[in-house]
Design a protein around this ligand. Structure first.
Ligand code: GUN
Length: 286
């Protein structure tokens, strides 16, 4: 079997055009332009690229985008004050504190300080709680991007066994919550594997839909994939000059029925769902 290669960039473009149209309608009705503010602390080159891509995507969708750049020496208290200032600014609808923060800064108290109504990452405990109760305010961006891929590819999720490899706060755990819920591209039987899982390969092989989000280059090999499974690769790893996912793409493509590539798979979807959340935040504030 040779897998269909899922074009995440195409799905992202389609959704971004819809979001841009919705933002125009909203602006025409209310005069409000959705406004995302990103906070970037220090000069991690990868984070600078991510933030720039978010900025460009906002501009293209007709959103306002502001970047607050702070030096790596910023103190916890100073960063907290920046977040509090943005919380109090009614012209800012979405706040994103780019992770990872430089050494010496604790992320959790900062993320907890972001107003839950402006928490477009869906990292605040109130929003994670709402998500786990099945009544989300925002959907976390990367898991939501994965779900949108499954919807657009018309993958049957209800009743399917989804195995998620990786239990991170950003991807694995929230994705498991979302796919467990009732609704479109949900109602799945979900297993979450991690570093302590016994015989992870055997568990992965039972997946109808296998999601790799473990942050290890080419961790998922062909022998871990059931023939005909749908494979979603959330990993982005730099190996020398190359970007590779968490899936050994060439070999797994021979076994799976459909697979997301890296790049141009899940990556473009994450920013797309950030735009969706920023528009939602602007609507919540209006
Ligand atoms: N760093 C890597 N991924 C993310 C993300 O989704 N949100 C934020 N704020 N930082 C990140």
């Amino acid at each position: 079997m040779t897998a269909k290669i899922i074009d995440g960039r195409l799905i992202a473009e389609t959704l971004r055009a819809e979001i841009a149209r919705e933002a125009t309608d909203f602006r025409n009705q209310t005069g409000i332009v959705p406004h995302l503010t990103a906070v970037l602390v220090g000069d991690d080159p990868a984070s600078a690229v991510y933030v720039k891509n978010k900025h460009l995507a906002c501009e293209k969708a007709g959103f306002k985008s502001t970047l607050v750049r702070l030096p790596a020496e910023t103190t916890q208290q100073e960063l907290l004050h920046v977040v509090e200032r943005l919380n109090a600014d009614p012209t800012v609808h979405g706040i994103l504190v780019q992770l990872p923060l430089p050494k010496g800064l604790a992320a959790q108290p900062i993320l907890d300080a972001v107003s839950p109504l402006k928490d477009v990452d869906c990292f605040h405990p109130e929003n994670v709680g709402l998500l786990s109760q099945g009544r989300p305010r925002f959907l976390p961006c990367t898991p939501s991007g994965v779900q949108q891929i499954l919807i657009h590819e018309q993958v049957t999720v209800p009743g399917a066994h989804v195995v998620i490899v990786g239990r991170s706060d950003i991807v694995g755990r929230p994705l498991a919550l979302m796919l467990l819920q009732k609704g479109q591209a949900a109602d799945a039987t979900v297993t979450v594997c991690h570093s302590r899982t016994k015989d992870l390969a055997a568990v992965a092989r039972t997946a109808d839909i296998l999601v790799a989000a473990i942050g290890q280059p080419e961790f998922i090999t062909a022998d871990m994939v059931k023939p005909g499974a749908v494979v979603i690769d959330v990993g982005i790893n730099r190996v020398g000059e190359r970007l590779v996912g968490d899936v050994a793409f060439a070999a797994v493509s021979e076994v799976a029925s459909a697979i997301t590539p890296v790049p141009r798979g899940v990556g473009p979807m994450t920013i797309t769902m950030l735009l969706a959340n920023t528009l939602k935040a602007a609507k919540l504030a209006s």
